[in-house]
Design a protein. Sequence first.
Lengths: 226, 117
Amino acid sequence: MSTEARAEHFGAADWEGGTLPYRVGHRKLGMWLFIVSDSLTFSALLIGYSYLRASNNWPTPFPFYPSIVFSSVMTFCLLSSSLTMVFGVSASSKGDKARARKWILATIFFGLAFIILHLIEWNHLIGEGLRPFYLPEHWVKTFTLADGTPPSPLFGATFFAITGLHMFHVATGAIYLSVVAARVKKLKHEDVEISGLYWHFVDLVWMFVFPLIYIMSVDVGGHLAR
Amino acid sequence: MSAHAEEHFAGSNKLFISIWVWLLVFTLIEIGLAYRPMAIHIMLTILLGLSIIKAALIVAYFMHLKFERLSLVLTIVPMLVICIVLLFVFFPDSFRSYGLRYKFQESPPVAPASEEP
């Protein structure tokens, strides 16, 4: 029995070497494994945040404007950047590298818009007096419970850590995509697709950060005097 | 390896635009939910449900996993889900420590008078 026939018999041809068992190159598989590990990093951070939130009196300070309006526009920017990235990868798969570069540049534009809006939003909160381990005084006054329990000062720590790490990923992605856009004609299609995987992952993380950090912390009744 | 098979990128632009529209619709629903009074655990369940649907759409279509080999999906997704779910083991402790919090029911406690002479 030839090697091939035996492999056929055991259904194990994929694992005998000389082929790509997952039908993806090693670089793409590497990016997928990186994404899995990075997902766990963000999961751990978000679960740490949820742990603190469930065990403390947690402030819900975000007003409709600026916080929710800004974060919603930021969400729109990231979702749109994912769409332009898909178009870029799609153009690259057809061999139209010039078009791919155009779409990747659009993706970078949306990414940078996200970062700028996010920094303005951070600036609002820092201006109000929010710090990693302190709340603004008027937040403490508003969110102290009737039994005297003050709101957790760790709000700032979780907020800046999680959104900061996410913003770092967006910034890194923008640099990564700039390099891909600059060298797109020399790169193989799969390399463009891999950069797309990273970018979509950054978008995906925001799909959890936005509801858990922003939507769950909306100051619904407008309790916070400003 | 067949380079042609690798270069193929399934999915039309129309499909991707419809996914993008769905993602925006789910986001708008989430923002709307923020301003509807409801119990926090119901809100959390709906928000996380919507987030998981959005994440699945992104992974399946934008990240193209739906069009990859099943063996790749089975290698990546279940272990990630199991690891994340295992992290939930911390929550009973979180609820316990909320219960342990000292509540000033009437007035804040005062230090006992020193018995030292």
